[in-house]
Design a binder for this molecule. Structure first.
Ligand code: ATP
Length: 445
């Protein structure tokens, strides 16, 4: 019963996303492409706001982090050195009956297509032995399609940072400890993608690699764990639905000294949202060995030359966006009617405010258009004149718009408008300049 309700919640969110223009199935008019999704008018604003917010927190507000935007296609040797060609595998099993493929380590979470209410274990599926499957997408560079021209679509953004460590250090003149942040697409040929945008084959990552002296790794690891947890708190995510998961010895990557995941309780269970890892000197050490470029750093504080350790914070952009949507979804019964409120933080909400003339006459639309022109210089706002104001509020509540500004009879007399708060439903009268200051405080903190 509880499981059914949880599935219903995901179905409702997927359907709201389509109806309101957050997220559509990719290539839908051709029947869609499995696990690929397109962000619509509201979704693309939300995603852009999320990336801008992360970028601002992780670079603009920090003197010790530089930004980077590396190419998706990299020298194939990078992926040999990093270990991805040899080891970036997931264990896979096939069902001999229905020919479906499953991740051997996620069998409990998978569903048997012949009996979708059961996992392959519960349904006693006839599974093959475990095989290793490499998750990297391959393509060819140039017109000749042979093995010497194989190139990979990057499965993570981190390698772009490591291979640019010297470039960034030398050009920015940063001193250790410092970080490099990057947002960009990554591709993984996942065996079992699913749960909407939770696990897809094309996704975006928001990663930051922090370079430090090895003796300071524990201190910085703790620091970044705290910072990254606080990031989700700042977005208004329900803290009861967030927890830490420490990687045990059997989960820990061979190069990592410590790894923690921030997990969120999605309708389909607790799952990883972001990883914070102590990657030691493995990455720069490997690239130094392969390229013979000196990645060592001379630190005056320690009077020592060393290969920097790396503390990595690695978040999925699409997965964070899903977290925001799931966490924001709220159903409320008002006067016998079931209403949906998307309680998205003003920091990332796609539309910051709606501008609504109370009626379509008496000069109110003309006044509202002027207010729109003024506020839209700074914020994404939405103008809506059609229908009863209650219905217009309801549409905005579903779109996650935190404020509705209504131009009424009094506006024409004293230039004040009502600003309705989506979550408290309280209304306060303000003039245009006050609204801009108010929005600036709510959106930019
Ligand atoms: P999982 O165990 O879920 O496969 P992972 O441990 O391989 O994830 P990382 O390699 O640490 O994930 O990637 C960092 C982050 O990138 C993840 O925490 C997640 O937010 C995001 N991510 C990874 N794979 C996917 C995917 N297939 N679809 C969407 N986001 C992903």
């Amino acid at each position: 019963m509880a499981k059914q309700k949880k599935n219903d919640t995901m179905e409702k969110i997927v359907s709201l996303c389509k109806r309101r223009g957050f997220i559509f199935p990719s290539s839908e008019i051709y029947g869609g492409l499995i696990s690929c999704w397109d962000y619509g008018p509201l979704g693309s604003e939300l995603k852009r706001n999320l990336k801008n917010h992360w970028w601002s927190e992780m670079t603009i507000r920090r003197r010790d982090i530089e930004g980077l935007d590396a190419a998706i296609l990299m020298h194939p040797k990078v992926w040999e050195t990093s270990g991805h060609v040899e080891l970036f595998n997931d264990p896979m099993v096939d069902c001999k009956t229905c020919k479906s493929r499953f991740r051997a380590d996620k069998l409990e979470e998978s569903k048997c297509p012949n009996k979708p209410s059961k996992s392959p274990i519960e349904h006693n599926c006839d599974l093959t032995e475990v095989k290793q499957f490499n998750l990297m997408f391959k393509t060819f560079m140039g017109p000749v399609e042979d093995t010497s021209n194989v190139i990979y679509m990057r499965p993570e953004t981190a390698q772009g940072i490591y291979v640019n460590f010297l470039n960034v250090k030398n050009s920015s003149r940063q001193k250790i400890p410092f970080g490099i942040a990057q947002i960009g697409k990554a591709f993984r040929n996942e065996i079992t993608p699913g749960n909407f945008i939770f696990r897809t084959r094309e996704f975006e990552q928001m990663e930051m690699q922090f370079f430090i002296h090895p003796s300071e790794d524990d201190k910085w690891f703790e620091y970044w764990r705290e910072q990254r947890f606080a990031f989700y708190k700042g977005l208004g995510i329900n803290m009861d639905k967030l927890r830490w998961h420490e990687h045990g010895p059997d989960e820990l990557a061979h190069y990592a000294k410590a790894a923690y995941d921030i997990e969120y309780e999605y309708p389909f269970g607790w799952q990883e949202l972001e990883g914070v890892h102590n990657r030691t000197d493995f990455d720069l050490g490997r690239h130094m060995e392969a390229t013979k470029k000196d990645m060592r750093y001379f630190d005056e504080r320690f009077d020592e030359k060393f290969i920097p350790y790396i503390i990595e914070t690695s978040a999925g952009c699409d997965r964070t966006l899903l977290t925001i949507l799931v966490d924001a979804y709220d159903e409320v019964e008002i006067k016998g009617e079931q209403r949906v409120f998307m309680r998205i933080s003003p920091k990332v909400a796609p539309i910051k405010a709606a501008i609504l003339p109370l009626v379509k006459k008496d000069g109110m639309p003309e006044y509202a258009e002027k207010v729109y022109d003024e506020i839209s210089k700074k914020f994404k706002v939405f103008y809506d004149v059609a229908g009863a104001v209650g219905r217009r509020y309801a549409r905005m509540d579903e779109a996650g718009t935190p404020y509705c500004i209504t131009i009424d009879g009094q506006t024409l007399e004293d230039d004040t408008m009502t600003v309705r708060d989506r979550d408290t439903m309280e209304q306060t009268r303000m003039k245009t300049a006050e609204i801009i200051t108010f929005l600036d405080k709510q959106v930019n903190g």
